[in-house]
Design a protein around this ligand. Structure first.
Ligand code: ATP
Ligand code: MG
Length: 435
């Protein structure tokens, strides 16, 4: 036998039990997005590499070391498996001129790729739902995004999630802060670790994000961005906070929240939990007013967020949100040639009437088929043998009884089957009370 081939490290198969949970989550999120007027958009998984270096920033973790980039062997194009969706979404919007005369509320969902060290809640292929609002300038849309998240967490019954927010100010204000940071860290260069030294002149803001315990004191005492925030930025941030307070959404100001992508300005936010260990951020986003211009479009304000689906699902399970396994209503068992032909006919007719059902395939005794019927979680078994086939009738057997006793079974004419099943499954009664 030849050797088994395994999936790429950090890229997971999602097997049926779990995939059913994913679908349940996807159903919930689709309704949730529609409730807020967001429309779907789907972009390719592969993009020209410069899209990401230009949008996310050359000196970011993602672009420096996490991207799956390769040269197209056929034409030499530099391509990258998308590490996030915002850049692609903005590219698509500009390419198709969607911002021409109206702002856009958009969402997408799908796999993202980052070459990171795989661990619980951190994978090399992971999935996000991304929500983007393009062409909106005011703090109202920032607040809408956070309110949306709160509603989704409530809908799912997630426990232990908290909102942290910060303002990154305008690019000018960040520039002044950046100069002050560089001066401060230069003064204390001996205390910097190798990573921080490397970032000192390229991206000093990211030093504030360090997880190195030896640098916490230094970082705590560094010049704070909020000291450089001007009136207009402050007013925007206060507008966001007022709307959050009105909506009764608790939040914590975290002046060290900077985000790992360069394109953010003004509001940034993260939803965090302490129940997932080190991978505690389940959703992150903020305003990115410069990105549209940076990607060659006529400048337009924008903001958005991305939900890490794997992490939300982990938390959903930890919060007791379990799926009921979706089962077919009906399992059809049959034996004999005529019975098989009839079983196929009956199955298609019932599917046409809207009943989800499984038709037994692969033969075997009635007993073994009935075991399968029971095991799949169906409510009813339909039994078709020679007898039934000859009489054009079907035996119906209830599989789930409250007291665990064998369920009743009875025979009906094939042409009344659909009606009988509807009554049996949905407990419908005739006007006179009979079934
Ligand atoms: P982290 O600090 O955890 O690396 P990030 O700031 O790089 O996160 P974003 O780019 O903001 O993450 O992505 C938004 C969300 O996507 C994150 O909050 C997280 O829930 C999820 N996410 C990011 N990277 C991964 C990954 N490698 N595996 C699983 N989920 C991820
Ligand atoms: Mg990351």
């Amino acid at each position: 036998m030849s050797q088994l081939i395994h999936a790429v490290r950090g890229m997971n198969d999602i097997l049926p039990d779990e995939a059913e949970l994913w679908e349940q989550f996807e159903d919930a999120t689709r309704e949730w997005l529609r409730a807020y007027g967001y429309r779907p958009i789907r972009m390719p998984l592969v993009e020209p590499t410069p899209l990401f270096s230009r949008a996310i920033g050359e000196v970011t973790d993602i672009v420096e070391k996490e991207m799956y980039s390769f040269e197209d062997a056929l034409n030499g194009e530099h391509l990258t498996l998308r590490p996030e969706g915002t850049a692609s979404c903005v590219r698509a919007v500009l390419e198709h001129n969607l911002l021409y005369n109206a702002p856009q509320r958009l969402y997408y969902s799908g796999p993202m790729f980052r070459h990171e060290r795989p661990q619980k809640g951190r994978y090399r292929q992971f999935h996000q739902i991304g929500v983007e609002a393009l062409g909106f300038a005011g703090p109202d849309i920032d607040a809408e995004h956070m309110m949306m998240c709160q509603r989704l967490w409530d809908d799912l019954g997630l426990e232990g999630v908290a909102l942290e927010i910060n303002s990154l100010g305008s690019p000018e204000e960040r520039g002044q802060h950046r100069a002050a940071l560089i001066a401060y860290f230069e003064k204390h260069e001996a205390l910097l670790d190798a990573d921080a030294k490397r970032r000192l002149h390229s991206n000093p803001l990211r030093i504030l994000d360090t997880k190195n315990p030896d640098m916490q004191e230094l970082v705590e005492a560094a010049p704070r961005l909020d000291a450089f925030i001007g009136d207009a930025s402050r007013a925007h941030f206060e507008g966001v906070q007022a709307l959050l307070r009105d909506a009764g959404i608790p939040f914590r100001l975290n002046h060290r929240l900077v985000r790992g992508l360069d394109y953010y300005n003004l509001t940034v936010f993260e939803w965090v939990t302490d129940r997932l260990g080190a991978q505690g951020t389940i959703c992150a986003g903020g305003r990115y007013d410069g990105l549209v211009g940076q990607l060659g479009g006529k400048p337009a304000p924008a903001c958005g967020f991305a939900i890490g689906i794997e992490r939300v699902l982990l938390l959903w399970q930890a919060s007791g949100g379990q799926t009921e396994r979706p089962a077919p209503d009906i399992y059809i068992v049959h034996q004999g040639e005529a019975a098989q032909r009839m079983a196929f006919r009956v199955a298609e007719a019932l599917r046409g009437d809207g009943f989800p059902l499984t038709l037994h395939c692969g033969g075997g005794s009635f007993k073994s088929q009935m075991k399968k019927a029971d095991g799949c979680g169906a409510q009813l078994a339909l039994i078709i043998g020679d007898d039934e086939a000859q009489a054009d009738e079907v035996t119906i057997k209830r599989l789930r009884t409250e007291d665990g006793q064998p369920g009743e079974q009875w025979r009906v004419a094939a042409d009344t089957l659909s009606e009988t099943i509807a009554r049996t499954l949905y407990d419908l009664e005739d006007d006179d009370g009979s079934i």
